[in-house]
Design a protein around this ligand. Structure first.
Ligand SMILES: *Cc1c(COP(=O)(O)O)cnc(C)c1O
Length: 496
């Protein structure tokens, strides 16, 4: 027989202590935002360094909050890559703006689960309204219904699941075994999440047709039409096309209008992946890049990429929410609520969902349409300047057009043979990233290793791009310089 003894202390952190600790946390965040540019963007750590400094066992006794916050400051913060750093130009920047952080703070405090309308009416209804605002901001008609997921990968998975539901076969009940093969189409430059979705949904990666892109990185619509015809003639079932506005590698734009026409005549679901670039549709002067996207069945756009909303927040829009619902709705007895309100759990895989709309609401209200447009325009202006500097420099060249705020380029100094340029640029990238001042990433495009500089961080100003450019030129000079013995270029030319 066990006796029930009173534990040492039960219940939550007492409110007075919460208030005091909360002030300390807020103070930490404010100082961090104030000085994040002084930290190394990429932490000078090696794999395992942080793990080895963390105790193997969890504490037996309660620990004081000061000690936890102290270790956060001394051990964790120096071991993160600072996406909030103004010199963060890698991948697509994803930064946390002040209002976004504060909205996230409040969402964490509420801790609601918006699976059903009744489990948080405000979370359900704010999500609806805030996505109507977002659709309006980027010029989409009110016929699009929005829903928030965590990432574009998950949004695209839901799009392709809806497309599969729409294809008219009894796949929801029977599964794909015994069905004719389904075919999905995307450009060779489409994001890997499209292929992952094909894997997860049982379509199979070999049934994703990777359509060639032209010299500007745009999906070849003629080749797409030909593939669809060929698949149909072989008894296969084409069901979905994913077009991209702003490919991850080089931000190229597929001919969405033409593809939309084809999808209409072929009765295929069109999903537009605008995870990064979608935010730019807030600028009327860039709307031409989005021509035809309003004819898509679904669209994804990530506020956590270029809309200053902290990770994670991906906006999914569809003109056919009833199809998404048909694909995912499944209501067990214990979740029946008697209300015929929209329950967000019916529109996806997950049951529990975070109150993501709150931070987005804070961001959209705090900056307003004008404030958002001004920041996006500034980022595009900075990127154009950078592209101009590259174009003017004899030792550098651009490797792709820059329709948004991402510039792809490489060093190609005279006298260095083409076959040595990949190695030279790889070293250049390591060299600039090693300074901790900036972070760039790379891609391989049309056979060339190239560097990517993407402007999208709310703290980035022209001077940061200017410093980045100085650093890149300096690093190239050092690589070209004659260290004792042969210069780096001669070494890389020799293929070492
Ligand atoms: C970043 C990106 C994705 C993936 O975004 P996540 O939110 O990280 O899943 C998908 N598509 C494109 C075009 C992207 O740039």
């Amino acid at each position: 027989m066990t006796e029930f003894t009173a534990p040492l202390r039960t219940g939550d952190m007492p409110v007075p202590e919460f208030r005091e600790n909360g002030r300390a946390v807020l103070e930490w965040i404010a100082s961090y935002l104030d000085s994040v540019g002084d930290r190394p963007v990429l932490p000078p750590v090696r794999p395992g360094d942080i793990l080895n400094r963390l105790p193997a066992e969890m504490p037996e006794k309660p620990e004081p909050f000061d000690a936890i916050l102290g270790d956060f400051d001394g051990l964790i913060a120096p071991g993160v890559t600072h996406w909030n750093h103004p010199g963060f130009f890698a991948y697509f920047p994803s930064c946390a703006s002040g209002p976004g952080i504060l909205g996230e703070f409040l969402a964490a405090a509420l801790g609601v689960n918006a699976m059903l309308w009744r489990t948080s009416p405000a979370a359900t209804e704010l999500e609806r309204r805030v996505l109507e605002w977002l659709a309006g901001l980027v010029g989409l008609p009110g016929t699009f219904r929005g829903i928030l997921y965590d990432t574009a990968s998950v949004s695209t998975l839901h799009a392709i699941a809806a497309a599969r539901e729409a294809c008219g076969l009894p796949l929801r009940t029977e599964g794909l075994a015994g069905s004719r093969p389904l075919n999905l189409y995307a450009s060779e430059l489409a994001h890997s999440s499209v292929e992952k979705a094909a894997i997860c949904l049982g379509v199979g990666s070999s049934n994703l047709r990777k359509i060639p892109a032209d010299e500007l990185g745009r999906m070849d619509a003629g080749a797409l039409a030909a593939e669809i015809r060929r698949d149909r003639s072989e008894g296969r079932v084409p069901f979905c096309v994913v077009a991209t506005i702003g490919t991850t590698s080089v931000t190229s734009v597929d001919p969405v209008k033409e593809i939309a026409g084809l999808c209409r005549s072929e009765n295929l679901w069109l999903h537009v992946d605008a995870a990064y670039a979608g935010a730019a549709a807030a600028l009327p002067e860039l709307r031409d890049r989005f021509d035809g996207w309003d004819q898509a069945d679904s669209i994804v756009l990530n506020p956590h990429k270029w809309l200053f909303t902290p990770m994670d927040c991906s906006a999914f829009f569809t003109r056919r929410p009833e199809v998404l619902r048909a694909a995912f709705s499944l209501v067990p007895e214990y979740l029946k609520s008697g209300e015929d309100e929209d329950n967000l759990m019916d529109y996806g895989i997950q049951l529990g969902r975070r109150f993501r709309a709150l931070k987005l609401w804070f961001v959209l209200r705090y900056f307003g349409r004008e404030g958002i447009q001004a920041r996006l325009r500034e980022h595009i202006r900075i990127a154009r300047h950078f592209a101009g500097w590259v174009d003017e420099h004899p030792d550098f060249e651009r490797t792709a057009p820059a329709p948004f705020s991402t510039v792809c380029f490489r060093a190609a100094p005279e006298g260095v043979p083409e076959e040595s340029l990949d190695e030279l640029n790889r070293r250049l990238l390591d060299s600039v990233n090693g300074t901790g001042e900036i972070l760039l990433s790379h891609t391989r495009y049309r056979g060339q290793f190239c560097l990517r500089l993407s402007v999208g961080n709310i703290r980035t100003e022209e001077r940061h791009a200017h410093d980045a450019w100085a650093l890149i030129q300096h690093a190239l000079t050092k690589l070209k310089g004659t260290a004792p013995g042969a210069g780096a270029i001669e070494r890389s030319a020799a293929g070492s």
